[in-house]
Ligand binder design. Structure first.
Ligand code: BGC
Length: 524
């Protein structure tokens, strides 16, 4: 959002206490805002800060519970909040993959299709092309057929434009890696039953069905002759994409519209597998950590938002730390402060009552305001919710945003430490112990190295689904996340943990897994 632009093209008149702008054709609001009017605000703010607090014991409780839930979910299906879903991905890309592969990436309100021409160890990625399409809002509430027909037609259109460096050997079908970023009970690498929709999707007729079969039917209806050779969660796609370049990656975390994590686990550490076999002795497990719920510091606004959601009582960790919800939690807190504490003067700005009107990117932009009179905060409040604010109220707004983002980043860090702790406990000290430090590759990159090659790093996805790339677009989020990892592990150990932002997201990883699981010979 361009915060300084008005719909009418006139410059905003920004005084030291007020912003008066007529944006989007809405009449100007004129409200007397007295600084004394917000005297009831401090106690409400203090309460929010208290309820959102994440001191070390809270972080420790969250990370320990995450480790315990991981173990319980690996022991038996339904053993904990975490489903610990087996991905059936037991071999990751090596760099030897060759040929033309496609990927579909469905996980948020944007849908991506891409193709990649792989040239093996020497040439690696010869070419990629992608297209991103927003999913019309109504399709999030439509039938399974309507949603998948839309996706199949975007794919058909994209496939028709293939040419140039992309080449399919004669007699082969185009193969697809399908990133489907919702909880799926995988039954094989290319089939799986949708458990439930998340992130505001409420499509009818898919839950309980094989998603790949549904997609195949839609492709048939569009006359598209392609084959899904791998269906993966976005965490798994991200891990595979990262592995293509770096053998040491063990964990992938998504912090976007929704949130989730996966990691590489030893088969013999998964009791619920009961004798299943993978040649590598390892497999990737998708935690579905959005459903985690233990020991989370919640406010009345979180509880109200959850109650009003389409999945009450579910995805509580996701609702506390992911991009879809942070703006909404802040909006609810500000509305309450406006109603009970006259935060914005005597009347309550009407638009502030609209659910989801304040979005996480707004929080991000406000948090980056470094003007003396918090102009950006004022402009966003006006543009988004038609709120006229003075400096005092803007300061309060910033405090609220910071409190919510801080809690989210710190809890995400605690969740990551929970996974690391589980791997560490099983490997008896080889992960956190005896490390050499590799210097940062990019400014926000750290990487773990151990002497015995049990190295560990986390990849944070670009989160190409909603444009809510938390780690990238919310620098504060990243800072709080790292701060909590450091608090939990101590400066010495955390110094060896690498937190790297994935460059390619999950789509390329899914195409690579289509290659790894191709039914055709790799050597041509
Ligand atoms: C879904 C996960 C997904 C995550 C990130 C969650 O809502 O349940 O499957 O990995 O969002 O996209």
């Amino acid at each position: 959002m361009s915060v300084m632009a008005t719909a009418t093209g006139t410059s905003p008149a920004v005084g030291s206490f007020y912003i008066r702008r007529s944006t989007r054709g809405v009449p100007r609001l004129r409200m007397a805002v007295r600084s004394s009017a917000i005297s009831a605000v401090p106690p409400i703010l203090t309460k929010i800060q208290k309820d959102c607090a994440t001191p070390l014991p809270v972080l420790r409780h969250v990370s320990d519970s995450m480790s315990a839930d991981i173990r319980a979910g690996l022991a038996v299906d339904g053993g904990s909040d975490l489903q610990m879903i087996l991905s059936y991905v037991d071999s990751l890309p090596t760099g030897n993959e060759k040929g033309l592969f496609y990927a579909l990436d469905l996980g948020g309100t944007n849908f991506r299709v891409l193709r990649i021409q792989l040239g093996g160890k020497d040439e690696r990625v010869i070419a990629t092309e992608f297209e991103q399409v927003s999913i019309p809002q109504e399709l999030m509430f439509a039938t399974s057929e309507e949603l998948l027909d839309f996706i199949a037609s975007v794919l058909a259109n994209f496939a028709q434009k293939e040419g140039g460096k992309f080449h399919l050997p004669p007699g082969r079908k185009r193969e697809i890696g399908f990133t489907f970023s919702f909880p799926v009970k995988q039954t094989s690498i290319d089939s799986g039953i949708l458990i439930k929709w998340t992130k505001g999707f409420a499509v009818s007729g898919t839950a309980g069905k094989d998603v790949v079969a549904c997609l195949n039917e839609a492709m048939d209806r569009k006359g598209l002759d392609m084959r899904v050779s791998a269906m993966v969660n976005d965490t798994v796609g991200t891990l595979a994409g990262a592995r293509y370049w770096d053998d040491d990656v063990m964990v992938a975390v998504i912090l976007g519209t929704g949130t989730n994590a996966c990691y590489v686990e030893r088969m013999d550490a998964i009791p619920k597998l009961q004798g299943e076999f993978s040649p590598s002795g390892r497999t990737i497990v998708n935690l579905e950590w959005g459903a985690f719920s233990k020991g989370l510091p919640l406010t009345v606004f979180d509880r109200d938002m959850d109650a009003a959601s389409i999945n009450p009582g579910e995805q509580i960790f996701e609702k506390t730390i992911s991009g879809m919800y942070l703006g909404e939690i802040a909006r609810r807190a500000l509305l309450s402060m406006a109603e009970e504490g006259s935060l914005f003067g005597e009347s309550v700005p009407k638009k502030l009552s609209t659910p989801f009107v304040l979005r996480t990117p707004d929080l991000s932009a406000m948090q980056q305001d470094n003007t003396d009179d918090l102009q950006t905060v004022g402009s966003i409040l006006y543009d988004v919710a038609e709120v006229e604010s003075n400096l005092n109220s803007r300061k309060v707004v910033l405090e609220v945003c910071d409190t919510i983002v801080r809690r989210a980043g710190r809890l995400a860090g605690a969740g990551i430490v929970g996974i690391l702790q589980k791997i560490e406990d099983d490997s008896k000290g080889t992960i956190f112990g005896k490390r050499t430090v590799k210097p940062p590759i990019q400014s926000h990159t750290v990487e773990a190295k151990s002497n015995n090659k049990s190295n560990l790093s986390q990849y944070f996805q670009h989160c190409n689904d909603h444009g809510w790339r938390l780690v990238r677009t919310l620098p504060q989020y990243r800072r709080y996340l790292k701060e909590s990892v450091t608090e939990l592990l101590g400066p010495e150990t955390s110094h060896h943990i690498v937190i790297e932002h994935s460059k390619d997201g999950s789509g390329i990883g899914a195409a690579l897994l289509a290659a790894t699981n191709s039914k055709y010979d790799h050597n041509y």
